[in-house]
Design a protein. Structure first.
Length: 268
């Protein structure tokens, strides 16, 4: 059985990866930015799931976790870099305006209906929500997304490589997205897409560098999944989104330096 660390394990696809790995009998380290949220999320899982505080943007938090994994296990078999943020990057996964809207909807009767009625009028008047493109996205928004989705995963890999080297089958799985595919980069969701394209490039770099050390590094796209990030209209259940990560973590023989969706290699 393996020891597997999953970042952003307290909800969404990350939690489902932890659940499936737990079901298979592996030891799972569930990284959660807020320890309490992680503990609540792990409530229905077995004792083989160990909750640890982890913010991938915080070096101290990463080093604390490294020390604890080194002391408790002496090695790590798989690192799943799952933690990520979308364009609504506030701490609970929602942007400040959508938090405000939720608040107003909860406290003012009829507010939701009024908003629904006004929306088409605003849209017709060309006043709908402004969508960012590569030409107008605030660079600060791009930096914030890169900090978690790209630098966060990079930091985690760098710190944990020495422990992955102690495994006889070390693996890194980077949770990427089809929005980072080079062939179809459009400028829609520019910061997010860039963060995932960069994560894919990092996957190739690390895979080549770590070949001699026998650590396999792959990226994957979970598809469009119903989570806080994916939203309620996404067609996929979390179990489908988590499947390829669990497969890459546990399948006997996998390649390295590839991009997967639904257990199949796809183009970068
Ligand atoms: P989600 O439901 O919004 O969950 C995101 C997770 O990442 C949460 O546990 C969150 O913790 C954690 N996280 C965010 N910033 C963090 C940080 N600085 N340190 C540690 N953890 C942090 O999103 P999801 O849909 O499950 O997405 C998981 C991964 O799949 C992401 O990398 C995402 O880009 C990727 N993906 C998702 C979809 C989709 O359709 N859902 C599609 C393609 C790719 P908190 O609870 O503390 O915020």
């Amino acid at each position: 059985m393996k020891t597997i660390l999953v970042t952003g394990g307290n909800r969404g696809i990350g939690l489902e990866i932890c659940r499936q790995l737990d079901e298979l009998g592996h030891t799972v380290i569930l990284g959660s930015r807020d320890f309490q949220k992680g503990a609540v999320a792990a409530g229905s899982l077995s004792k083989n799931v160990i909750v640890k505080q982890l913010d991938v943007t915080n070096e101290l938090s990463i080093m604390n976790l490294f020390e604890s994994v080194r002391n408790d296990f002496g090695k790590l078999d798989v690192l799943v870099n799952n933690a990520g943020i979308g364009t609504n990057y506030k701490s609970d996964g929602k942007g400040i305006f959508s938090q405000l809207k939720d608040n107003l909807e909860a406290n003012i009767p009829g507010f939701r209906q009024a908003v629904q009625a006004v929306k088409p009028l605003l849209k017709n008047a060309g006043m709908g929500p402004r969508k960012h493109t590569a030409q107008n996205v605030p660079i600060n928004e791009v930096k914030i997304i890169m900090e978690t989705n790209f630098y966060g995963a990079w930091r985690m890999a760098r710190v944990f490589i020495p422990l992955l080297m102690k495994s006889d089958d070390g693996r890194i799985i980077n949770m990427s997205s089809g929005l980072g595919e080079l062939k179809s980069l459009t400028g829609e969701y520019p910061g997010y897409s860039l963060s995932k394209a960069a994560l894919n490039a990092l996957t190739i770099m690390l895979s080549n560098e770590l070949k001699e050390k026998r650590i396999k590094v792959n990226a994957m796209c979970p598809g469009w999944v119903r989570t806080d990030m994916g939203g309620p209209n996404a067609p996929r259940h979390v179990s489908q989104g988590a499947d390829t990560a669990v497969w890459l973590a546990t399948e006997k023989d996998i390649p390295s330096g590839k991009f997967f969706r639904d257990r199949h290699v796809i183009n970068w």
